[in-house]
Design a protein around this ligand. Structure first.
Ligand code: 45D
Length: 320
C-alpha cells in the first residue's frame, strides 16, 4: 500500500477531538453581529477574570497601529460601526487591512481595542444591551468548555473577521512576524513515555526552540502538517511559512505515546500531552495529541495536531 495524505489522516481513528469547538464557532457565526460583539465582550471580560492573555509586544501592535489610531480618532458611533463592519466582513479599507494580518496580529488588534474599551477610549457595548436567547445559549456553552477550548473558540471568531478580496483564502502574511517572548522557558529535552523515535523527539525539541528550519527538515519533501480543525499544509515551504506565522513561542509538553511499525516500513506514533500558547502561558494548558506517520527514511510524511475532547483522551493510546 502507498500512503496518501488522505489515508494518513485516518491513523488512530478513535482519537476524540474537541468537536465542541467547531460546533460552538458555528453557532456563534449564526448570531446577529450585535450579539456577536456583545457576546465576545461578556465572554472576554468574564473569562478574563480567570484567564487573561499576556499583553502583545509593542512590535506586534505596531503592525496594527495604523488602523488602531484611525479607530481611536473616530466618534463613538463610527467606532461601533467599524467593529460591526469587521465582524460582518463588510468591504471597507479597515476590513481589508485587518484581513491581511496574521492570526496573532488580529488577536493583538482586538486585545488593544478591548483595553481601550475598558478605559473608555473606544465605544463600549451599549449599556443595557440585551443579548438574544440564542446568544445566551452560546455564551453558556462557552463558559462550560475547558480553558483550552475556550481560547480556541475566541481565536476562531477573530480569525474570520475582516474582508479578504482574494478568491481563495490568502495564505500567510508576507511581512516578517515579530518574535513572541517566551513566558516560561520550554523544555529543550523531552521524554515521552513509550516513544523514543529520534525524529519525533527532534520535532518537539526544535519546536520548543522556535527552530522551524530544523523542524521542517524532519519532514519528507511532500510531507504534511495538519493543524487542529484545519486542512493539511503540504510541503517544506508552506509548512515553514505556517510555523513562522503561527507556531512561535509554543511550549510543547508531550507526555506519553505509542508507536507501531506498519506496512512498507512506515511507522505510526500517537503522542499526547499539553501545549501552552504564549498568549496565556502556564495559565492555560491545552490537551493535545500528535499523530505522526513516518516514512521508510524516518521522515515525517504526515502529522496531525489535535485538540482533544477531554483530559481523559490523553490516555486514549489505542490503535483503533
Ligand atoms: O469582537 O506541533 C472584544 C501548531 C470585544 C504547530 C474582542 C501547534 C469585541 C505544530 C472583547 C474587544 C501551531 C499547529 C472581540 C502544534 C470583539 C504543533 C476581543 C498547535 C474579538 C502543537 C477578544 C498550537 C480577544 C496551538 C482579545 C494549538 C480575544 C495553539 C483574545 C493554540 C483571544 C493557540 C486570544 C490558541 C486567544 C491561542 C488571545 C488557541 C488565543 C488563543
Amino acid at each position: 500500500m502507498t500512503y496518501t495524505i488522505e489515508s494518513a489522516q485516518r491513523i488512530f481513528p478513535s482519537t476524540q477531538i474537541a468537536s465542541a469547538v467547531p460546533d460552538t464557532t458555528e453557532a456563534f457565526n449564526r448570531l446577529s453581529v450585535e450579539d456577536q460583539l456583545a457576546l465576545l465582550w461578556y465572554a472576554y471580560t468574564e473569562l478574563g477574570r480567570s484567564i487573561t492573555p499576556a499583553a502583545p509586544g509593542a512590535a506586534r501592535l505596531q503592525l496594527a497601529e495604523g488602523i488602531l489610531n484611525q479607530i481611536k480618532q473616530m466618534p463613538a458611533a463610527q467606532q461601533t460601526q467599524t467593529m460591526s463592519d469587521l465582524a460582518s466582513r463588510i468591504d471597507t479599507p479597515i476590513s481589508r487591512s485587518y484581513a491581511g494580518f496574521s492570526v496573532n496580529t488580529k488577536l493583538a488588534f482586538w486585545y488593544e481595542l478591548g483595553e481601550m474599551m475598558k478605559k473608555g477610549f473606544v465605544a463600549p457595548i451599549p449599556p443595557g444591551y440585551q443579548i438574544s436567547d440564542d446568544a445566551t445559549t452560546v455564551l453558556e456553552t462557552i463558559k462550560k468548555l475547558d480553558p483550552g477550548q475556550q481560547i480556541t473558540v475566541l481565536r476562531n471568531t477573530v480569525l474570520d473577521m475582516g474582508f479578504d478580496p482574494a478568491v481563495t483564502p490568502s495564505s500567510f502574511p508576507k511581512a516578517a512576524e515579530p518574535l513572541f517572548a517566551r513566558s516560561t522557558p520550554a523544555p529543550t529535552k523531552v521524554a515521552v513515555e513509550g516513544v523514543t523515535e529520534p525524529t519525533v523527539m527532534s520535532y518537539f525539541e526544535a519546536m520548543n526552540a522556535d527552530n522551524f528550519e530544523a523542524a521542517v527538515a524532519l519532514f519528507a519533501e511532500n510531507g504534511a502538517l495538519q493543524p487542529p480543525f484545519q486542512k493539511p499544509i503540504v510541503g517544506h515551504e508552506a509548512i515553514a511559512a505556517y510555523m513562522r506565522a503561527e507556531a512561535q513561542g509554543l511550549n510543547m509538553m508531550p507526555q506519553q505515546g505509542i508507536s507501531e511499525g506498519i506496512e512498507d516500513g512506515y511507522k505510526q506514533f500517537k503522542i499526547t500531552g499539553k501545549v501552552q500558547t504564549p498568549w496565556f502561558g502556564a495559565n492555560v494548558l491545552m490537551n493535545m495529541a500528535w499523530r505522526f506517520l513516518l516514512d521508510r527514511e524516518g521522515k515525517i510524511f504526515f502529522v496531525a495536531i489535535d485538540l482533544l475532547a477531554s483530559p481523559k483522551e490523553l490516555l486514549n493510546l489505542t490503535r483503533r
